[in-house]
Design a protein. Structure first.
Ligand SMILES: [Zn+2]
Length: 57
């Protein structure tokens, strides 16, 4: 079995992990009530989507 010749240094380890971070979802304000919602999703506060009532609040 192949075995690494050298221990991975802290620098290389940290450089590898620069892309590994928590993802924060983008949020937009509802055009009807101003509540923060996910884009392209029905507003959970007032039930409107694209200016139309699609879910009874
Ligand atoms: Zn809303």
């Amino acid at each position: 079995m192949a075995v690494p010749k050298r221990k991975t240094s802290k620098k290389v380890k940290n450089q590898r992990r620069t892309h590994k971070k928590l993802h924060v979802p983008g949020m937009v304000a509802c055009s009807n009530c101003g509540e923060l919602t996910k884009p392209h999703h029905v507003c959970r506060a007032c039930g409107q989507y694209d200016g139309k009532q699609v879910v009874e609040a």
